[in-house]
Design a protein around this ligand. Structure first.
Ligand SMILES: Nc1ncnc2c1ncn2[C@@H]1O[C@H](COP(=O)(O)OP(=O)(O)OP(=O)(O)O)[C@@H](O)[C@H]1O
Length: 307
């Protein structure tokens, strides 16, 4: 379990982590979600004793990180800064880590196998792709067989197959009763991996909730209707109390009115319909709504993402 109490960090006049309190429980994958600059990495660094908080505490199964004699046995971490020496082979890098934490070197082969790097064990890490580097970082995090895992943006550099693999790995870690915390700034990635969500923005806690509750509570659904006369139908629907947004190709996105009512109003006005359906708002929009930016993410046009 990770217990964060009233954690605060200031850099000059900026308070980048602002009175954060939350608990990360064992047996689940918890997503630590926030836009770029929200303070996620700083919070993780404070958990790992790499950055000193101004106030508050972060405890790993009841201990401050600095009190752990062999930290890798208690908490495995993948941080953006934890790159290995490029001249070392993957196996030598892990052996060195194992020795410095009094972990049996036999464990090195096990973790290389667990992350799918057995065939690359003797390659220098400088030749690794981003995805392989992420796998090696995960291997290092798993080395001490720790009950707690903290991974900063572990999905970075992984392709779809890699994300699926990571999800299965993290799920199995959680199913074994471990505490798993992973950060990301992308809601869509988080939805693929996490069971629970801790959402922060500007260093403050915005939500601490189950993933499905989060989507249910904050997700918006809308009706997409398409007609040759979108302007006129749009006015009719607005007259009926809906909020209507034009989309390219004669489409209208209708919020605040059920599809059956849209259909009734269209039929009454004699509008031919080329499309009528209910869609869930995209996860990214849901997230942006919650953090209060209320704007679309460029390139995230998939408003009909079903959740
Ligand atoms: N050592 C530092 N000195 C000054 N400011 C810092 C330092 N480290 C982080 N910051 C600032 O603190 C804020 C939070 O940064 P942090 O890296 O924790 O955010 P993040 O949520 O992890 O974002 P990202 O997803 O971009 O990594 C940012 O505005 C960053 O510029």
């Amino acid at each position: 379990m990770i217990d964060v109490q009233n954690l605060t960090k200031r850099y000059g006049p900026a308070t980048v982590v602002d009175g954060l309190t939350f608990t990360v429980r064992p047996g689940a994958v918890t997503g630590f979600l926030g836009p770029n600059g929200a303070g996620k990495s700083t919070t993780l660094r404070m958990m790992l004793g790499l950055t000193r908080p101004d106030t508050g505490t972060a405890r790993i199964d009841g201990h401050a990180y600095g009190d752990l004699a062999y930290p890798l046995r208690h908490i495995g971490a993948l941080l953006e800064t934890s790159a290995p020496h490029r001249g070392l082979t993957a196996r030598d890098h892990l052996r060195w880590l194992a020795q410095s934490n009094r972990i049996a070197t036999g464990r090195v082969a096990e973790v290389l196998e667990a992350v799918g790097l057995t065939d690359a064990a003797r390659r220098r890490t400088g030749t690794f792709s981003l995805g392989m580097g992420q796998r090696l970082g995960l291997a290092a995090a798993l080395l001490g067989d720790p009950p707690v895992l903290v991974l900063d943006e572990p999905v970075n550099g992984l392709d779809t197959e890699g994300i699926r693999w990571l999800r299965e790995l993290l799920r199995s870690m959680a199913a074994e009763g471990r505490t798993v915390l992973i950060s990301s700034h992308l809601m869509t990635e988080m939805a693929l991996v996490a069971d629970h969500l801790v959402v922060i923005s500007r260093g403050r806690l915005l939500a601490d909730t189950g993933m499905s509750d989060f989507i249910e509570r904050h997700g918006r659904s809308y009706v997409r209707v398409r007609t040759p006369e979108p302007d006129r139908l749009g006015r009719e629907l607005e007259g009926g109390g809906a909020t209507v947004t034009r989309v390219p190709g004669g489409g209208l996105d209708v919020v605040g009115m059920a599809a059956a009512d849209v259909s009734r109003i269209a039929a009454a006005g004699g509008f031919p319909l080329d499309e009528l359906g209910t869609h869930a708002g995209s996860l990214e929009e849901t997230f942006l709504d919650v953090i209060g930016e209320g704007q679309r993410v460029p390139g995230q046009e998939g408003r009909n993402t079903h959740v």
